[in-house]
Every structure is written in structure tokens, then in C-alpha cells.
Design a protein around this ligand. Sequence first.
Ligand code: ACO
Length: 321
Amino acid sequence: MIYAKITGWGKCIPPAKISNDELSQIVDTNDEWISSRTGIKERRVSHASTADLATVASKHALACAGLTGEDIDLVLLATCTPSTMVANTASLVQKNIGATGAAACDTNAACSGFLYALQNATAQIKAGMIKRAVVVAAERMTWYVNWAKRDSAVLFGDGAGAVVLEASEEPCGLLGTKTGCDSGDRDILHIANYGTDMNKYQPTGPSDLLFEGREIFKRAVKGMSEACDDVLAQANLRLGDIDVLVPHQANLRIIQAIQQRLDIQDDKVMVNIDKYGNTSAATIAIALCEAVENGLIKPNSNIMSAAFGAGLTWAASYIKW
Ligand code: ACO
């Protein structure tokens, strides 16, 4: 039996920070509102492109795995903020990391994108189609933020995280997974004036992240909790078997609600939303990387991860490290 072991990980955190207090100087908000409603204290803003963020994270992950780009068969980039639509942004990452023999493709499932891409690359390795993949998630969410609108300006940030997957006989990597999409209400979360649908968008109009926060909040808690239940059943596990929860970082209260629903202790939950805000597809990739760095994830850790985002997409994954 072939598995897809995670042998490398890396991230790219842009150096420029905007704190809540700094934001409150340009829009009508304050640290108390943002911290208590979201858990966010500051976010990073990138002056580099999504492809640049993805390249740095991928290079760190390759170095961690002791590989070079030439060893890679597939580059999957999860993003909803690509540097370019045509050619795809993954092709630029492929070029930048020297993975000239690799297939390269963008995956857009918004905040669920990293887990979707991880599932795809793992399936290809397990099927024997490829041997090694880079799965990278990178976002430049602040490019689309309307800084004059306090409801969305406070939530988002930029960054990237990446993993290297390699074919292995060790039973580890992604061992349980469930992805889905509730398209019926896809309009409750979208970027306006971005895309080719002329009936809906005005290419010259201002872009904006539009969402019904309270509705998404409820659906995210329900969607992620139920997806975790499905994956536990699929992997024949009980909740007590999970060592670390690595959830999508959209709101600390969403994370806490999932934690409560799943009955998981505080010290088993990876949280970094205070530092970065919501970096969409990149949140889980960055959080995985930091959980390894801070010792929360150890060799053989049983990890549950879950995401919810525009589409409305959702995903949960059981990963053995
Ligand atoms: N600063 C100060 N006041 C604000 C701000 C702000 N930045 N933003 C909104 N308010 C005001 C509103 O105008 C409203 O005022 P009113 O009562 O006088 O009308 C009041 O605060 C309450 O607004 P709510 O929307 O009810 O606040 P809520 O507690 O629901 O929190 C939030 C809003 C943080 C967006 C929450 O609903 C949420 O996190 N939702 C899910 C996350 C989400 O939608 N993220 C988008 C990406 S999707 C994803 O990643 C899953």
C-alpha cells in the first residue's frame, strides 16, 4: 500500500504588519471590537505577489524535505487570489522553484482550498500516478479588501504555507478526508467585481469582499463540525484519538465553537488568528507549519483539520504526521 507522507513544510509571512490600533486610524473601528468579536490583533500585508509568497513557502518546504524542485512531479497551488488567471499562478511557482518537470495547477476552493489540494495530490500519489508533490496555499487577500469598509477590512491578511508529499510505505499523511460544497447560497460570500461574468460584475468597479457574517459563522461551525464527525467515522477513530486540531482561522469564536462541539481541550488546538487574521486557503498550511515549530505536532501526531469557505465549500482531513 502506498501513502503520501508529509516530508517538508514551510511558510512565508510578509513582514509588514497592521495592528488593530493602526486600522482604527483609517476606518471607524477599535481594538476592543475586533479582538472580542474575532480574536484578531494584527494582520500581515504583502507587497509581493501571491506567486512570490507561494514560491518562498515552497522553497522552505523543499529545503525541509531535503529535495529540490527537480524532484517534484506536481505543484498544486490553492488560492482564490491568483497573481494571474492565464497563465495559471502555479506555473510561475513551478518555474521559480525549478520544478520544470512537474505538472502545475491552481485550485480554487477559497478557504477550503488547501485541504482540497492536499486530497488531490495525496490521491495521485496513492494511485501511483506521481511520487512527489508540492501543495502550497498562498493568498493576497488584502489586495481585494476595501479598506474603507470596516466589516471586511479588519478580517483578512496575506501569507502562504506549503507541504511536500512523498510516496511512502509508512501509513501516514492524509488518512481520512471529506470535501463538499453547498452551492445553493454561494452568493453569501464572494468578491465583487472580479471575474468575467458581465451580468454580475463590472470589471472597472472596485473589488470588495462581501459576506453575510452571522450566516457564515453558523454554517462554518456546523459544516466543519459535521465534516470532522464524518472523517472520524471514515478513519474509524474516536475523538479522544485526536492529538491536535488545526482549524481554518476565520474567527476565534468559530474555532472555539468547533472545539466545544468536538469536546477538544484548549491545549490541543492550534490558534494563530491573533497574528495573521484570515489568510483564506493559507490559514491551515501556515498553522500546520507553526504547530510543528512550536511542538504541538510531533512525529505520529493524529491531526484533525477543517475548513469552510466561499462556494460554499467545506473540508475536513485526518492527517497522521
Ligand atoms: N468595528 C466596529 N464595529 C463593527 C465592525 C468593526 N470592524 N464591523 C461591524 N461592526 C458593527 C456593525 O455595524 C454592527 O453594528 P450595529 O449593531 O449598530 O448594526 C455591529 O458591529 C455588529 O455586527 P455583527 O455583524 O452582528 O457582528 P458579529 O458579532 O456577527 O461579528 C463577524 C461579525 C466578525 C464578521 C462574524 O460574523 C464572523 O466572523 N463571521 C464569519 C466569518 C466570515 O464571514 N468571514 C468571511 C470569510 S469566510 C470564512 O473564512 C469562513
